[in-house]
Design a binder for this molecule. Structure first.
Ligand code: PAD
Ligand code: ZN
Length: 361
């Protein structure tokens, strides 16, 4: 089958091959025919080493949907023919994070195990996969917990986006920060994640939603997804001056992944406000805070992993919001491309030109 392979960290392009095979599925596994996969900035971050992975070479991709082809003997929740969204961080359903803390997005019981296995093969060589998922392939194998069954009436291209960017951004607004009606919000970065955070803030009833992006073309895009204003970074101070008598925003969402914009997001919120960091930076990078300001400003600084989602509940919640017209997910798709052209898509995302691109398999 065809798959897009990252040979080694630092490569600027993927190798598109047509001779990749899957390992035999185990008793708890599900084989999925991937029909659509989005290209998320986290894919680029694996390529450039920002997000470390266990093995290279690997099949990249983690935002996908498709149709179940085959199931292992112990699988009970899905069967062949079911439409599913792939989960890049599958909750096991039985650990303290899943049950006691009620934070299934933070369950790592399965994630590191699946990241260790190499479920693809190319000739004699075994290949790993991003997050144990690898959706830049016509077919993948994942544990049962890493798929969520959806209704067949749902478009699989839209469903693919829910698998990462949409759930992450909408969930950051609704689950992590819990944006209050009537509040003011600033979102840094108008990519797939940032646009989803803006839409989530709109669903939550925010009165002001300001988008910040360094690409002028993205400002109009942000407005079309619910931003009430959209500014270049140099114009943020003026926008901030209009919020809470100049004190700043009630909430900020950093959806870029750089220390400078994480710090800018913290600075953009008023005393007692919430700065939610969604973007993923490098392990060795630091963000600094004055030891005094943490006490004095009493701001909430919170990370958001997979939108704080309980995927088995929240994927459906997001899809219902799309069905009722409160989230525009189909409109986020800028471009469709075949797997052969995936490197063009990677370049466009790198340039910050697109919201989301769908690879059709
Ligand atoms: P994207 O590349 O589509 O969008 C990033 C946007 O930020 C683009 O519009 C850029 O023009 C803009 N931008 C870049 N640098 C700056 C800057 N210095 N100032 C202003 N604007 C800038 O990315 P995405 O939306 O796919 O992903 C965004 C981040 O979210 C990225 O770090 C990704 O790894 C992370 C992510 N986190 C999770 C999670 O669970 N927390 C999940 C998925 C993605
Ligand atoms: Zn992603």
């Amino acid at each position: 089958m065809r798959a897009a392979v990252l040979r080694q960290v630092g490569d600027a392009a993927l190798e598109v091959r047509d001779d990749v095979d899957l390992i035999e599925p185990g008793s708890g596994d599900v084989v999925v025919d991937i029909t659509h996969t989005g290209i998320c900035h986290s894919d680029l971050s694996v390529m450039n080493g920002t997000i470390p992975q266990q093995h290279t070479p690997l099949v990249l991709g983690h935002e996908g949907a498709g149709v179940v082809a085959e199931t292992g003997d112990d699988v009970t929740s899905v069967s062949a023919g079911d439409h599913v969204i792939v989960v890049w961080s599958p909750p096991c359903g039985g650990c303290v994070y899943c049950l006691a803390h009620k934070r299934p997005n933070l369950c790592a019981a399965l994630q590191f195990g699946v990241m260790l296995r190499r479920q693809f093969r190319c000739g004699e060589q075994e290949l790993g996969s991003m997050c144990g998922v690898g959706t830049f392939a016509e077919r993948t194998v994942v544990p049962e917990q890493a798929v969520v069954k959806i209704d067949e009436s749902i478009r699989l291209d839209v469903a693919a986006l829910v698998g990462c960017g949409v759930m992450t951004g909408v969930g950051a607004a609704l689950n992590t920060a819990k944006v209050a009606p009537g509040s003011s919000v600033v979102v840094f970065g108008a990519g797939g994640v940032g646009v989803s955070a803006m839409q989530g803030a709109r669903v939550a009833g925010a009165a002001a939603i300001v988008a910040v992006d360094r690409n002028p073309a993205k400002l109009a895009v942000a407005r079309s997804f619910g931003a009430t204003d959209a500014v270049l970074p140099e114009d943020l101070d003026a926008a901030k001056a209009e919020m809470n008598g100049g004190e700043g925003f009630d909430y900020a969402f950093e959806c870029i992944g750089s220390p400078a914009t994480m710090r800018a997001a913290y600075d953009a919120v008023r005393r007692g406000g919430t700065c939610c960091v969604v973007g993923v930076g490098r392990i060795e990078e630091q963000v600094s805070f004055s030891a005094f300001e943490i006490f004095f400003n009493e701001k909430n600084l919170v990370g958001s992993y997979y939108g704080g989602a309980d995927v088995r509940v929240d994927f459906h919640r997001v899809l219902r919001l799309a069905e009722s017209g409160q989230l525009d997910l189909a409109g986020m798709i800028d471009r469709r491309l075949p797997l052969e052209d995936i490197n063009e898509g990677i370049e466009a995302l790198q340039a910050g030109e697109v919201v989301r691109q769908i690879v059709e398999l």
